[in-house]
Design a protein around this ligand. Structure first.
Ligand code: BGC
Length: 435
């Protein structure tokens, strides 16, 4: 009886047809390419696939959803990279009394924070080109001119939307006496992931992230850079909207900071999968399927308190993950969690992750179909905590893509670790060559 109810709940996360989702995504992509109303975008990056010969030392910043990471990176050519120095801080840290993601903080404060981190890796008065990976929707008029269209991933910093990101960063650099460091490329993290992997391997066609947020870029044959090369375009895939929402998706969406937006992202990314899981668990407690004492556990009282890491621990019932999960449950006050309860939690986590893998695969099927005329194998460069930390997730996405692309060039997913920083350095190098 209990298991029937849990099965029904898991059924709400089932995807009836991956191909139908892929077709809907392909149709939205065409609309975006034709400049017609679509939940997807074709945002130009002004960058093409790197040659692999880019060289020199650059400052590279990864400004993602959770942390800011600054690196001094040496590009050695032929795909070789060396991280010379690095520094990283969370955007919000309650213990140290700051939250740069809230509307009480301004864009100026945010970029002053970034400038202080740059000072840590590059105090000397030496000229540098800087690449900034800024992982939010931006409208670009040039590789170094990017206007923030909107915040996603529950960020609400004020006086930033509609602003020129390079100007905000450059003023902060000057305020900190770092005017000799010049931002030459501002890019999305999917583009950075693409650039980082393509620096070493020629067959990269797509770059994608599934971490705090989700998105995908690809090399679009009909868009060209000033040098006449196909351009990498950012689709803002996380906003794909032609999807059926179940009751948990609807609840999550209406409680989020941007209801109605980022529908796909809210089903697949680490930040939101953890929250979906939390909402289902609350419902299971409410329905008497899990002990009422579960509601006393700390994460049950706070939105977004369950991270993708917990889903990772739930993805297997053996080994280190199992122990980590047990420790977490004890620490967080899930008292009396029995083996049967754990099985239930695992089923829910699996259903959420399985749906995410299928939805992401559907979008890759549509995107690789758009570039099918290329005879080569297609490498999709991927990064982000969901791909990198949840065992089997990447393989599952790859398998679903392959099952649905018979007779077409093989698609392989390859992790690009540190992609956001390394890609920013490669982009800065490419931008310097053409400026
Ligand atoms: C942003 C994208 C970004 C993705 C992954 C989304 O919320 O809109 O621009 O690429 O997160 O970080």
């Amino acid at each position: 009886m209990k298991s029937d109810i849990v099965n029904d709940i898991c059924g709400l996360f089932r995807i009836a047809s991956v191909r139908a989702v892929a077709q809907a995504f392909a149709a939205e992509l065409q609309m975006a390419l034709q400049g017609q109303g679509s939940s997807l975008k074709i945002l130009p990056s002004y960058l093409s696939r790197p040659s692999g010969r880019e060289q020199g030392q650059f400052i590279a910043i990864d400004f993602g959803g959770t942390n800011v990471r600054v690196m001094k990176v040496s590009l050695l050519g032929r795909g070789g990279v060396e991280i010379v120095a690095q520094s990283s801080r969370p955007l919000a840290d309650a213990a140290n009394g700051y939250d740069l993601t809230s509307s009480a903080s301004t864009g100026r404060e945010l970029f002053n924070f970034v400038a202080r981190l740059i000072e840590e890796v590059q105090p000397a008065q030496q000229d540098y080109a800087l690449g900034l990976t800024f992982s939010y929707p931006m409208q670009q008029e040039a590789v170094d001119k990017a206007i923030l269209l909107e915040w996603t991933k529950e960020i609400k910093t004020s006086q930033t939307v509609g602003q020129d990101i390079k100007k905000l960063l450059s003023s902060a650099l000057k305020e900190h006496g770092l005017g000799h460091i010049v931002p030459t490329a501002i890019i999305n993290d999917t583009v950075a992931t693409f650039m980082a992997k393509a620096y070493a391997e020629a067959a990269v066609w797509v770059g994608s992230i599934c971490g705090t947020g989700h998105n995908t870029c690809y090399l679009e044959p009909s868009r060209c850079t000033a040098a006449g090369q196909p351009m990498i375009v950012n689709t803002e895939a996380g906003n794909f909207a032609l999807l059926n929402q179940n009751r948990y998706d609807q609840l999550l969406d209406c409680q989020s900071l941007d209801p109605g937006r980022q529908r796909l992202e809210k089903m697949v990314s680490g930040k939101y999968m953890g929250e979906l899981f939390r909402l289902v668990v609350l419902d299971l407690v409410e329905g008497g399927l899990l002990a009422a004492s579960f509601n006393d556990a700390v994460p049950m009282k706070q939105a977004y308190a369950i991270s993708a890491e917990v889903l990772n621990w739930l993805s297997t019932d053996s080994g280190r993950q199992h122990q980590e999960l047990r420790n977490w449950l004890d620490e967080q006050g899930f008292s009396g969690c029995r083996a049967a309860d754990l099985d239930m939690l695992r089923m829910v986590a699996q259903a959420i992750m399985d749906r995410a893998a299928k939805l992401i695969a559907a979008t890759y099927i549509a995107i690789t179909d758009q570039i099918r005329h290329s005879p080569q194998q297609h490498i999709i460069a991927v990064d982000g905590s969901v791909f990198m930390k949840i065992p089997g997730f990447l393989e599952k996405v790859e398998m679903v893509v392959r099952q649905n692309r018979e007779g077409l060039p093989t698609v392989v997913l390859r992790p690009a670790s540190n992609g956001s920083n390394l890609g920013a350095a490669v982009a800065a190098a490419q931008a310097c060559r053409f400026s």
